[in-house]
Every structure is written in C-alpha cells, then in structure tokens.
Design a protein around this ligand. Structure first.
Ligand code: THU
Length: 167
C-alpha cells in the first residue's frame, strides 16, 4: 500500500508534532530580526548560482552581536557546491568557535520554488544546523523568509529534523 507505514500488532503508532510560528510578512517581526533579514537579502546578492539560478542568502546573529553572512556557492561539478546556510554556519564555526548562534535567517530568490512555498532547508543543511545546536548546547531561532514575504520561525533545529541521526 502506498505511503502506509506497516506496524506490527505489538507496536503502537507514534505521532510527532513540530512547533513553528507563521507571519504573513517579515515586517511583523522585531527590528532586530528585520535587520538580520536585510543582511540575508544582502548575502543573496553574493550568491554564485549560475547552474540553478536559485540565489540563497543566510545571515547569522551570534551571541556577541556579530552578524555573519553566507550565500550558496555552486560548482560545475555540482556536488562540490555548498548551500548558503552551510557556508554561514561553517564560517561561524571556523572563525567564532566560542560564540553561540542566536539566530539563523535564510532567504532566497529564484523560480526553482513557487513563490508561496516555505523556504525549507535541504536535508544536509538540517543535519549541519542540528550539529551547531548540539555543539553549542543551546538551541537557536531559525527564520525562513519565503519568497512571498511570509516567514516561518522555528525555535530549534530539532523541529526541522525530527528523529535525526546522531547523539
Ligand atoms: N540551496 C541552499 O543554498 N540552501 C538550501 O537549503 C537549499 C538549496 C542552494 C543549493 C543550490 O545552489 C541551489 O540552492 C539550488 O538547489
């Protein structure tokens, strides 16, 4: 049967819920969040995306107030490229190993996704986002700004990757 998980009789079906907030426009967010979003849009302009034409920008607010930016960087050998949020998170890990990530913001421009679709990070990025959280022993907020200006806000990377691999 399609899309049906089979459970043995002795097993109980389990359900998971994830929490997130939804805003009809990112202008409803706090001034601090809005300025972080503006930084992510700035980062979007530095995307190198000649193959997908999908430009992604990420910004990070660290616990000391530092703001970092990253964008997707593609390569003719496709798997060698890297997503915007991973560029930003790895930059944070490499250059600010003692600061914690407070907020990660992701924006995008391009027709790869319909305008009203949630800008949902890829699986590999979710795993990296979770590693950052585990490494700093503190969850952080994730702002996903969709192309229609709506926003989904998560309080933890765990909510984006239930049943994640790892400790
Ligand atoms: N991309 C990101 O930068 N972040 C994501 O979470 C998903 C996808 C990039 C990778 C590639 O350069 C382009 O978007 C199209 O997949």
């Amino acid at each position: 049967m399609k899309n049906k998980i089979h459970f043995f009789e002795s097993q109980m079906e389990q359900k998971l819920t994830i929490a997130y907030e939804y805003f009809t426009t990112w202008k409803e967010l706090s001034e601090i969040d809005q300025s972080l979003i503006v930084k992510a849009f700035e980062a979007c302009e530095t995307a190198y995306a000649p193959y997908s034409n999908f430009r992604v920008g990420a910004s990070i607010q660290l616990s000391d107030g530092t703001i970092l930016k990253g964008s997707n960087q593609e390569n003719v050998a496709y798997p060698s490229g890297l997503c915007a949020e991973r560029v930003a998170l790895f930059y944070a890990g490499a250059n600010f190993p003692n600061e914690k990530v407070d907020t990660l913001c992701i924006v995008a421009k391009g027709d790869l996704l319909p305008m009203d679709k949630i800008l949902s990070p890829c699986g590999g990025c979710r795993q990296v986002m979770l590693e950052t959280e585990n490494r700093q022993k503190r969850s952080y907020r994730i702002l996903l700004v969709n192309q229609d200006d709506t926003v989904t806000v998560f309080q933890s990377a765990h909510d984006l990757l239930p049943l994640a691999f790892g400790v």
